[in-house]
Write a protein that binds this ligand. Structure first.
Ligand code: IVH
Length: 691
């Protein structure tokens, strides 16, 4: 017996080959998407990788024959487009907030008390009732927002500052755990929030392969996930084993009828999204602490890193009642695991010289893996701290590292102290420049008195001045500054403006192109705002906010230089310590010389500091209101937007930041969709205003 031939890619073997190929194509697309769903969401794969690959090749062959049939949500179309020169920006329709943290059971108890008291007071919870919480693990990856429109993945953005993130759509499309199309059709926008991460096993394999190819190895899975997601070339992201778990949502045009967070996550899972896998609903404080304990026990066996658990009030109406404080919801809490601690050997204590001359003793450690990274240095803070802890060179010490925090030496292990352990003695002269060291009465920090004569201070002062929040000279980083200072080419900030492309091109890791880019960046830095210019000078006690206050008060550098010291105290938020520091800095002839050189010889011309509008949360944002709103009239909504610093206009263009659409919105909504303008509903607008 002969079996009927399976339609080949060409679809020529059956009569009417085109329809057969077409239906095989649809079948392959559905099957491949289904296998992704089984693998990433259900965790129950039913075919081996080789079979999956064979299906994919068959699909690609049909699509190669019929390019007119290719659709953006085809499983073959996960990588498209070329490498970009930078990632674009996306402003979030609903801000991405953060969570308040708790580190012990008492803080959790206080959270549960606050929540239950508030819900009892409003009659939402019975007098003796317990709150139900949706518990999840706190995934240690990168927050991301996925935007589906009519079921199709159209956009993906990182969290960024919570209001605006980076456009990582092309990269996210390569992550197989993220469906290109939802399994159920949902009209309008569905925004899914969750975490992109890398499993530990995948991370180890990736690092091994990177090492073998002589490429960069990553510090830990989170770092690898972040680096992979923010790649400029999606071809590279595609080769990185990224995963995704959903734990929330943003804008929803047609939310389901669910009234619980837990039910919402089940809904997302039904749409084909991998929802947070350890989730569980519990009751009251005992339930919370029980979950924390269980997860703590299971933590090492999980295939991915977590840094705590998250508690969320399960009832959505109750969540709404509780609302938000500043940038975090009152209805949720992250309960962090304690920082990891390990023992290692203290090989030596060296002195690091900071930007303002502060001398910090740094522990040189026998390399040890703690908190997800290999640690070789840790801060010892200051001399007194070393005495208080009685840490000696040669000791076995306890080292702690939590999250992104700088590792620290907690204590020595006295029982393991060798006979030749040495006490640390603060040097009397700066180890970099040989200048004297002073420790003022009542201060715990010892300082090098060399000022900008000290190469260590000069390097850091220059790196600070070039930094993103100061003159923002892209490309002038620590390594380059080090080289230039060591060659004696940078004595003061003014020297930066005399650099030439030719001399830069001759330095390590520099080519003609990057040298030219740097020269252009230096050129752009000639017109900083006055606040940035002042901040760049690195005056002790003058942070960004104080620099802006000074800039607004005096208006120009000349006015500030000419002002009597007493005038400084007239500046809002400037007290005697800051005033004295500014007066001292500006009184130094050397500093005045550098400032004069910058302004009169090198064409640096600070611009007046823009005025601050009070409560201008929406400054620079343009809104169009359309359709019927529920709780506000359009006029009321407009007034609130204007009060928050935003602008309301009548027609939608590419420049519109948000379209707020109520019921029966018509052509403006259509236009917004066409132009890709962010569409908010009333709740979204409210959240934006409240944030
Ligand atoms: S909820 C409104 N749930 O933690 C709060 N966040 O500090 C929205 N994270 O940026 C976040 N696992 O990257 C939530 N199960 C989880 C989480 C989680 C990890 C991260 C997320 C967020 C940060 C908040």
């Amino acid at each position: 017996m002969t079996l009927p031939a399976r339609p080949s890619a060409e679809g020529k073997q059956t009569a009417g080959g085109q329809p057969a190929a077409r239906s095989r194509l649809e079948q392959l697309r559905a099957e491949l998407a289904d296998h992704d769903y089984r693998y990433y969401v259900l965790d129950e794969p039913v075919i081996a990788d080789v079979q999956y690959d064979a299906l994919m090749r068959e699909l690609q062959a049909i699509e190669a024959e019929h390019p007119e049939w290719i659709r953006s949500d085809s499983p073959s179309q996960r990588v498209g487009g070329k490498a970009r020169s930078e990632l674009g920006e996306i402003s979030h329709a609903v801000p991405m907030l953060s969570l308040a943290n708790a580190f012990d059971a008492e803080e959790v108890a206080a959270f549960d008390r606050r929540v239950s008291d508030a819900l009892r007071a409003s009659g939402t919870l019975a007098a003796d009732g317990e709150v139900e919480y949706a518990c999840e693990v706190k995934l240690d990856g990168l927050a991301i927002s996925l935007r589906y429109h009519d079921g199709l993945l159209v956009q993906a953005a990182t969290r960024g500052d919570g209001q605006t993130g980076e456009d990582v759509t092309a990269n996210v499309r390569t992550i197989r755990a993220i469906p290109l199309r939802l399994r159920e059709p949902v009209a309008g926008v569905v925004e899914v929030r969750g975490e992109v991460l890398m499993f530990r096993g995948d991370f180890d394999a990736l690092n091994q392969a990177q090492g073998e190819r002589g490429q960069k190895v990553f510090i830990n899975p989170r770092n690898a996930a972040a680096g992979s997601l923010r790649q400029l070339d999606p071809q590279i992201t595609r080769q990185r084993p990224l995963r995704f778990f959903a734990y929330g949502w943003g804008q929803l045009d047609h939310p389901p009828s669910a009234t619980r967070h837990s039910a919402m996550l089940d809904w997302l899972a039904g749409l084909g999204l991998p929802a947070e896998p350890m989730r569980q609903v519990v009751r009251g404080l005992d339930g919370l602490l029980g979950f924390y304990r269980r997860i703590g026990d299971a933590r090492r066996a999980l295939p991915y890193d977590i840094d705590g658990v998250v508690y969320k009030v399960d009832s959505l109406p109750a969540q709404q009642q509780l609302g938000f404080v500043s940038r975090a919801p009152r209805f949720a809490l992250a309960h962090k695991f304690p920082a990891e601690e390990v023992n290692t050997e203290l090989l030596d204590i060296e002195i690091q010289v900071g930007r303002t001359g502060a001398l910090t003793p740094v522990a040189r450690l026998k390399p040890v893996f703690v908190g997800g990274v290999t640690v070789t240095n840790a801060t010892l803070h200051n001399e007194d701290e070393i005495r208080r802890k009685d840490v000696r060179i040669g000791d076995t010490v306890v080292v702690r590292r939590a999250g992104d925090v700088i590792p620290e030496v907690v204590a020595p292990v006295p029982a393991l102290r060798p006979a030749d352990a040495r006490e640390f003695v603060m040097p009397s002269h700066c180890p970099v420049c040989g200048s004297g060291i002073e420790r003022l009465e009542g201060e715990i920090i010892a300082r090098c008195t060399g000022g900008l004569f000290c190469a260590a201070q000069r390097k850091q002062a220059l790196t600070h001045a070039a930094g993103r929040r100061a003159l923002d000279i892209e490309g002038l980083g620590e390594k380059l500054v080090d080289q230039l200072v060591e060659r004696g080419r940078l004595q003061t900030l003014a020297d930066v403006f005399t650099l030439t492309a030719e001399e830069l091109a001759g330095l390590d890791r520099m080519g003609p192109k990057s040298a030219q880019n740097l020269i252009e960046a230096i050129d752009r830095a000639r017109q900083p705002t006055l606040g940035r210019f002042l901040f760049a000078l690195g005056i002790r006690h003058v942070g960004e906010a104080t620099a802006r206050d000074l800039a607004r008060h005096f208006g120009s550098m000349e006015a500030l230089l000419g002002a009597p010291a007493d005038d400084l105290l007239q500046v809002p938020d400037v007290g005697p310590v800051v005033a004295a520091s500014v007066a001292h800095f500006l009184g130094e002839p050397h500093n005045r010389e550098v400032i004069h050189a910058l302004l009169s010889q090198h064409g640096v011309a600070p611009r007046p500091e823009p005025l601050q509008v009070r409560g201008a949360a929406l400054a620079g944002k343009t809104f169009v209101l359309t359709g019927t709103l529920h709780d506000w009239t359009r006029d009321e909504a407009a007034q609130k937007i204007v009060a928050a610093g935003g602008k309301v206009t009548g027609s939608v263009s590419r420049k519109t930041s948000y379209v707020v659409a109520g019921d029966d919105a018509g052509s403006k909504l259509v236009k917004a969709r066409e132009l890709g303008v962010v569409v908010l509903d009333e709740a979204g607008l409210r959240q934006l205003l409240e944030s």
